[in-house]
Design a protein around this ligand. Structure first.
Ligand code: GLA
Length: 364
């Protein structure tokens, strides 16, 4: 769990923005809710010095001092690079300087590296045109190289691959030392983008486990024109998916509604449940999606989402309680309202607003 600069600041992010974000993660209660990593995304990079050591650019005058500041708040700090010569935003990448860069990050006190394929694709195309297998191998080797460099540098770092879901990265992510890997292209702050990404995670549950996770990209909760119900849907879907919760909103203007959604303790507890089982789909209709995940205390989390553009009353739709282990009905706790609903039956009908979500914790 953490916060990353890209979704809100993109290439405008500065040292001052990161310090302010760290301050606000503490003062808004996000740190105490579990948000720990403050991650600087692309565009911090400067050129290399005569010895090849990566420098920061003028937006980040002193990375070590910044890391010290973030650490002084009881938080951790993340950084970004690419296995290619250039990053996505065309800043300096780590190609040919992997060990040197990992050592520099360790010296600065960095705790997390997001490593974004981007610039390496140019070289993959040059060296292996029209050979997707050879290209995929090049990507894997490049990730492995940086993994080894981090281990050699001797400072523990969370290792996040940004591979946009290509080459079935979930099958080999753990082998190259990854703790998380992007399973999709970039998220945008719209319901359509969010829900398309969320639903596309069906079938990937078996690849997630403690220590290495599918990453459907950073949260857009609080960004764009997402409504209250859409922010709830987004947070629910990511919690069901046991996804990394990396907030990406403008913390200086976060309202109480968004703060409440991002810091909801029960939802976070489901996301972070130690069994680490990612949700799978139980039912898909034109309007309703129902997903479930088992939890370590024997309960089952169930999300019922109205993905259509209209209000929905689920008339004629049976709640799949039997399918998730409750043939005789279940005791239901409504996670977002915090209310116990008592026993529910599969014939119970719920009314869910457009883009709304009901998230239940079911027990016998
Ligand atoms: C890619 C990544 C984004 C972000 C940008 C930065 O698009 O997928 O998450 O890191 O690069 O340039």
């Amino acid at each position: 769990m953490g916060w990353n600069s890209w979704n809100w600041f993109a290439d405008k992010v500065t040292d001052a923005d990161i310090r302010k974000a760290a301050d606000l993660i503490v003062s808004t209660g996000m740190r105490d809710a579990g948000y720990t990593y403050v991650n600087i995304d692309d565009t911090w990079e400067g050129k290399r010095d005569a010895n090849g050591v990566i420098q920061t650019n003028e937006k980040f005058p002193d990375m070590k001092a910044l890391a010290d500041y973030v650490h002084s708040k009881g938080l951790k700090i993340g950084i970004y690079s690419s296995p290619g010569p250039l990053t996505c935003a065309k800043y300096e990448g780590s190609y040919g300087h992997e060990e040197q860069d990992a050592k520099t990050y360790a010296d600065w006190g960095i705790d997390y590296l997001k490593y974004d394929l981007c610039g390496l694709r140019v070289i993959m195309n040059q060296e292996h045109p029209n050979d997707p297998d050879a290209q995929a191998k090049m990507a894997r080797d490049a990730y492995m190289k940086m993994h080894k460099a981090i281990v050699k540098a001797g400072r523990p770092m969370v290792y996040s691959l940004c591979q946009y879901g290509n080459d079935q990265v979930w099958q080999w992510g753990p082998e190259v030392g990854a703790n998380l890997w992007r399973t999709t292209g970039d998220i945008r702050a719209s319901y359509d983008s969010m829900i398309l990404i969320g639903l596309s995670q069906a079938g990937l549950g078996k690849y997630a486990a403690p220590g290495h996770w599918n990453d459907p990209d950073m949260l857009e909760v609080g960004n764009g024109k997402l409504t209250h119900d859409e922010n709830i849907a987004h947070m629910t879907m990511w919690a069901m998916l046991a996804a990394p919760l990396i907030a990406g909103n403008n913390l200086t203007e976060m309202n109480d509604d968004v703060r409440g959604i991002l810091t909801n303790r029960e939802v976070i507890a489901i996301d972070q449940d130690k069994l680490g089982k990612q949700a799978e789909r139980v039912f898909a209709g034109d309007e309703i999606e129902i997903w479930s995940r088992p939890l370590s205390d024997g309960a089952v989390a169930l999300s019922i989402m109205n993905v259509s553009g209209d209000r929905n009353t689920m008339r004629g739709l049976r709640l799949p309680l039997k399918e998730v282990g409750f043939p005789n009905g279940a005791h239901a706790h409504d996670v977002w309202t915090g209310k116990d609903l008592g026993m529910i039956k599969d014939t119970d009908v719920m009314t869910i607003p457009k883009h709304g979500t009901v998230m239940l914790k079911l027990t016998k």
